[in-house]
Design a protein around this ligand. Sequence first.
Ligand code: C2O
Ligand code: CU
Ligand code: CU
Length: 494
Amino acid sequence: MISRRRLLAASVALPLAASVAGCVRHPSAPAVGTTRPLPIPPLTTGQVGADGVRRFELTARTGTTEMLPGKATPTWGYNGSVLGPALRARRGERVAFTITNNLPEATTVHWHGMRVPARCDGGPHQTIEAGGTWSPEWTVDQPAATLWYHPHPHGSTEKHVYRGLSGFFLIDDEHADGLDLPRRYGVDDIPLVIQDRRFAADGRLDETDSSTYGLLGDTIITNGISDAHLSVRTERVRLRILNGSSSRLFNLARSDDRPFDLIATDGGFLEKPLSLSRMQLSPGERAEIVLELRAGQTLTLRSLPIEPRAGLSDPAEFGFDDTFDILTLRAAPQLTPSPALPGALATITPLGAAATTRSFELQWYMINGQRMDMNRIDLTVQAGATEVWEVRNADNWPHNFHIHDVRFQVIGIDGLPPPQALSGWKDTVYTEPGRTYTLAMRFSGHTDPTYPYMYHCHLLHHEDQGMMGQFLVLGPGQQPAPMVMSGNDSGHGH
Ligand code: C2O
Ligand code: CU
Ligand code: CU
């Protein structure tokens, strides 16, 4: 143990120190050159067959994308050269997918935030070989939310996402239909994936792993391109924001420093709109915000330095000091009126007494002192059970914590109530060093003795390094019967 720690400590110090200078964009740097219109991912509602099943087709492929003006960047995408279509389905519907892998290597497609049977989860056990296909199918059974899909091949997730594979998955339901919110896709309801990238001079993505912390870019891309603007024609615009970065946190703010309204987090609507002037998002988290603009106004959505930094070894190494312009919003000279935001959005009922409490310590690419082993089931839970998970960041690094299949409530941070921005349903939460996050969740009725779900740090390099564990959801009397994988498949090399 000690020698491994020493080894890790040594490998941390040097490359991190070397990476500082390159990753800071000067806060006062003026916007250079011209902006391009924000690309809006095509919206796909699939095809509903006579059997009532909504069918979607996705093909993961290679291509080139003009991420930077005038440069051709080799990228990976679903049904296109980068990112993927925004998929849309309703609660209660049966959805089915045909996913083809036209990449030169194996991948998976995981439905982040979705309640799904474990064999449809698209985690590291549902590999799609190069040239292969995969056809998961399930019934959507959760409230309206902004989810996303992305690759999850064990040990290569960071690389696959970095090259461009990510897409939105929007869930609708009757309750959301009844809320008077901006809802015209691409007009006043805008999906926005924010990612940091680093480019070589020829426009290729720089994949040199500049730190053991993970890829940290110096250029922001939104929906796949740098320096984008959005033309706004309504008084209010709803942004469904996803932090799709490998390791970078964002602290979002308006350039005029006025507040905006947070209406939803990872798993659905807050009880009521929350007025904020800053919104922090760690990798994998989503936030739906509504911005109000004045006619003719030009506004920039920015990311400011990350504020909570107690206990971090060196915040600058993790990009915490950086400032970026994310997206320019340009309001038309005349704006269509938007209705005022509803006063109430949802009812969030506390989950109540838990059958089981478990503890998780995050440190050194490990959870509870162990790295991921595809052949080790770390825990089993009972279908339908309510549990409390106490997650502590025992490290001096930033980490976050994501759980597959469930939405959770953050019921305490070091025993105190969480800030209001964490009062809604979550599936990923940032964990500050030294703090304990108490999460309450109810597991689904999808049981499977063979295929596990994952929980992990969503800083993708950490996840790839094995900061991940596996759990089975079992029915009454059901015994675990995990698949045993052979040799090289069982874990990942160091
Ligand atoms: Cu966003 Cu295990 O995933
Ligand atoms: Cu997930
Ligand atoms: Cu981590």
